[in-house]
Design a protein around this ligand. Structure first.
Ligand SMILES: COc1ccc([C@@H]2N[C@@H](C)[C@@H](O)[C@H]2O)cc1
Length: 451
């Protein structure tokens, strides 16, 4: 059907900025704001829901919530230390909350006084972070919530002409804030929109179209996630013709596609995940802490995302004082150390065509060289893994990515090779496979079916 405000482009973007985003594969999400101070508790009551939703959980109105501005002193906030942490994690980009649903702005916006400028130290958090990350070669995307609990003209739905006039004022405010962000911080790489599910926003597809046009005019090549967009019929992420809006699908939140779901490889996508089961802002509650994922679970999510052609955006919620909690530093050390020696199977990689999900781990392939990687995340009881080869494919040799040492394998039949895996191996264990297309007229590989 003809659309005025549908997808602005067809298919994958193939410009340098998007190729870099695709190559990066691994990003760090940062949720930091007023909600980081109470960290899930209010007036002595702990609410086990997401910490950034505390105003909703505890029924705190905007005026009382705004009282936290005076407590946002953030004595431990050190942008260079945050950038070093991201580098140690192995993240190639960072997405930072410039404004979350509570409407508090981490930059000194001229459009409102509900910003860091009103805090005791008045620092331009976004400006200092953009500088620090960029100086370390880490790209920055700015998270912006269209949903705004603080702004008096915000409406969840439009049910009167007064609502319409108010919400039009709100959308003008949000549009001017976005212009301000793109103008103040022109070297950010992208914008990550959230809070766009309400009827009021879905009814304003033209506004979302115009915002995407404006941001890409102000910052040529800027990358925008699919959550910004609605078309004129209220379709989100994909327009009414099914075309992806924005530059990558960003509907996977605290979940990934099924590891065998190759349909997702048709487009760029990013999954955002948390370390606790469900809190993006720092939550100090013991019950929430009980549900933190093990670092290796998060590492497996990264490998799984890459095996399906996606990026992983792993969230960290710094504490109200600007420091990171010990459990987050554990994640940084575990993932950073593994990526230091195994990054070849992640950065610049994507799905390995023809290599089906094996169950014991994931296959990735270098998008440039075609090199195939087998990444073992669970060792079968047999102590061996069997690789089902694509048609007319032969494995010439295999090396352990972390050490570069050759790895012996047995050819079981013309479609199966088998690796013995040392149970003491560091998991995930990545093998680099040198494969070649086999000319069927050539001699068949020597097979040993008893293996
Ligand atoms: C269940 O509804 C929501 C609504 C918003 C969110 C927000 N999206 C994540 C990326 C975080 O910012 C979270 O607060 C999560 C769940």
């Amino acid at each position: 059907m003809p659309l005025m405000y549908g997808a602005q482009s067809e298919g994958r973007r193939d410009d340098e900025t998007m190729r870099r985003f695709r190559h990066d594969r691994f990003g760090q999400f940062i949720h930091w704001g007023l909600y980081s101070i109470p960290a899930g508790s209010w007036n002595g009551v702990t609410y086990d829901y997401a910490a950034e939703f505390l105003p909703q959980s505890a029924g705190i109105g905007p005026a009382r919530w705004a009282g936290l501005v005076d407590d946002f002193a953030a004595p431990e906030f050190d942008p260079e230390a945050w950038a070093s942490l991201a580098a140690d994690l192995g993240a190639r980009y960072v997405t930072v909350t410039a404004k979350h649903h509570d409407g508090f702005c981490l930059w000194p916006s001229s459009l409102t006084d509900f910003t860091v400028a009103a805090t005791p130290r008045g620092r331009d958090v976004i400006g200092e972070l953009v500088h620090a990350y960029t100086a370390r070669g880490i790209a920055v995307h700015l998270y912006y919530s269209v949903l705004d609990w603080h702004h008096p003209d915000w409406r969840y739905a439009i049910s009167s002409s007064q609502d319409e006039e108010a919400f039009d004022r709100y959308l003008s405010y949000a549009g001017e804030q976005l212009r301000e962000l793109a103008t103040r911080y022109p070297n950010v790489r992208g914008f990550w929109f959230d809070g766009t599910w309400d009827e009021s926003v879905k009814a304003n597809g033209r506004w979302s179209w115009e915002i995407e046009c404006m941001l890409k005019r102000l910052i040529p090549g800027a990358i925008v996630n699919s959550r910004l967009r609605a078309d004129e019929h209220g379709a989100r992420h994909r327009d009414s013709n099914g075309a992806l809006m924005g530059d990558y699908f960003s509907g996977f939140e605290r979940r990934l596609p099924d590891p065998w779901d190759r349909t997702v490889t048709a487009e760029d996508w990013e999954a955002c995940v948390t370390i606790p089961q469900n809190s993006w802002g720092y939550h100090a509650g013991a019950e929430v802490a009980r549900t933190h994922k093990h670092p290796l679970e998060l590492l497996e999510q990264l490998v799984q995302a890459v095996s399906l052609g996606g990026n992983l955006l792993l969230n960290f919620g710094p504490r109200g004082d600007g420091s990171f909690a010990p459990f987050e530093k554990d994640v940084v050390h575990t993932l950073g150390a593994w990526l230091e020696t195994n990054g070849a199977c992640i950065y610049g990689c994507g799905p390995a065509d023809g290599w089906d999900y094996p169950g014991w781990g994931y296959y990735t392939a270098d998008a440039e060289t075609g090199a195939v990687y087998a990444v073992v995340t669970r060792i079968p009881v047999s102590g061996a893994i069997a690789l089902q080869l694509p048609e007319r494919t032969r494995v010439r040799n295999a090396t352990a990515v972390a050490t570069g040492r050759p790895v012996p394998f047995a050819v079981r039949d013309d479609r199966t090779v088998r690796f013995e895996v040392d149970r003491a191996s560091v998991i995930p264990l990545a093998f680099a496979l040198e494969v070649e297309q086999r000319d069927d007229t050539a001699e068949q590989p020597e097979v040993n079916p008893d293996l």
